[in-house]
Design a protein around this ligand. Structure first.
Ligand SMILES: [Zn+2]
Length: 412
């Protein structure tokens, strides 16, 4: 029963750290609300800076509620006996040894979790995003999206879940190794089908028609020797006025996608600089690195699960008597984020290093000054704070703070 203590201590430490970081962020952003930082004084008006501060604080407050709710749900599911109750309920209809029992329990818990998360999700979009003028979604679109996501999740997720559960039962003591191979193969498969089959269910993709921009982008692609399967504009404005650019897919199937909000707000030279940054991630192999890291990570986690699934204390310590392999998988999925939360700063550090490298790539293949202008516009338009708490930012942020990125871009 030592494991109950370990679990409670880790959950308490992770929750306390999340709350402490959120409190720091709120305090820091509010303390710097009064004045635009010097280097942005000419490009960002005070009103926009204050809006960004209020938006950041509103999101951090919602994050606090989310953290508390998540901890409460996790405790209720495990030590509160809800998981055990759901397993017992399904055991009336299905044999506990069967694949179907495990599948039913896992799907019920996932559904329950997303239902419980729904109110906060609605609040985020229809209250916070709405208040700051970012929301373009209607309730109707939200519901249609939710139904589509559920169907896509079922079509893509249930067969995978069945294969994984079957391997756990039938593949012997090294099932976790086979599961890992399946997961790696599946992640590659998903990256291939996602841009062409799934994303068009949610958004419209039209070829880039602006001739000035198209010429510039083609020039950039030629200069950097980048081949892609086309250049598209996505109707991101259907849901939100936040702008973005990204690459979808990989290998020869990759597409370049620009949000319509980005194309309409940035000058062609600025879009070119943003794209050069994204190209940098590809050329510097950040995408491949990211995949290798996440595969290595899942290898370690699955090996841990392979061992834990055979330990009776793992189930008992988490409030469950039905010690089946699917239950081990479910418990592991629920509990593992509390443990991996503590390596988040390392992942963020790695990601920020890559962002600097991509910026340097953009500076040598496009115009650094245009990238700076684009960044300032994006920070302004997205109400992203220019004054994050340094520790909060070091812990979570995948991108370096604007001031640091711009300072580096100006010296390259
Ligand atoms: Zn980047």
């Amino acid at each position: 029963m030592v494991f109950i203590g370990v679990f409670l201590a880790v959950l308490a430490a992770a929750t306390a750290t999340r709350l402490w970081l959120a409190a720091r962020q709120i305090r820091h952003v509010r303390a710097h609300r009064g004045a635009v930082p010097g280097m942005f004084a000419e490009s960002i008006p005070l009103a926009a800076h204050q809006k960004a501060a209020d938006y950041t604080v509103a999101k951090a407050r919602l994050g606090v509620i989310d953290t508390l709710l998540d901890a409460a749900i996790l405790l209720a599911l495990t030590l509160g006996g809800v998981l055990q109750g759901i397993a017992a309920l399904w055991a009336r209809a299905l044999s506990v040894e069967s694949l179907w029992h495990g599948t039913a329990v896992i799907l019920s818990v996932l559904m329950l979790k997303s239902l419980l998360g729904l109110p906060l999700g609605l609040y985020r979009i229809f209250v916070i995003e709405e208040r700051f003028g970012f929301n373009r979604m209607t309730l109707r679109l939200f519901i249609v999206d939710a139904i589509k996501q559920l169907l896509v999740g079922a079509v893509l997720g249930i067969p995978l879940l069945l294969v994984v559960l079957w391997l756990m039962q039938a593949a012997g003591p090294f099932w976790w190794l086979y599961v890992w191979v399946v997961l790696v193969a599946y992640s590659l498969f998903l990256q291939m089908v996602y841009p062409t089959l799934v994303m068009p269910l949610f958004n419209k993709f039209s070829p880039l028609t602006d001739p000035v921009l198209a010429t510039r982008v083609e020039e950039l692609l030629r200069r950097t020797g980048f081949r892609s399967r086309g250049l598209y504009v996505m109707d991101g404005s259907k849901r939100s006025s936040h702008g973005n650019a990204f690459f979808a897919g990989f290998g020869a199937a990759k597409r370049i996608v620009l949000f319509d909000t980005l194309v309409s707000r940035l000058q062609p030279a600025e879009v070119e600089a943003v794209l050069a940054h994204e190209l940098g991630h590809y050329k510097l192999r950040h995408i491949v690195q990211g995949m290798v890291i996440s595969w290595s990570f899942s290898f370690v986690l699955l090996a841990a699960l392979g061992w834990l699934a055979g330990q009776p204390w793992f189930y008992q310590g988490l409030g469950v008597q039905t010690a089946t392999l699917p239950m081990a998988l479910l418990l592991f999925l629920l509990v593992v984020p509390e443990f991996t939360f503590f390596i988040q700063p390392l992942l963020s550090l790695f990601s920020r290093k890559n962002e600097y490298e991509a910026d340097r790539y953009a500076a040598s293949n496009a115009d650094a000054a245009e990238l700076v202008r684009a960044l300032v516009k994006l920070y302004h338009d997205n109400s992203a704070t220019l004054t994050p708490d340094p520790l909060h930012s070091a812990y979570y942020d995948s991108h370096p703070p604007a001031a640091m990125r711009i300072a580096r871009l100006r010296t390259t």
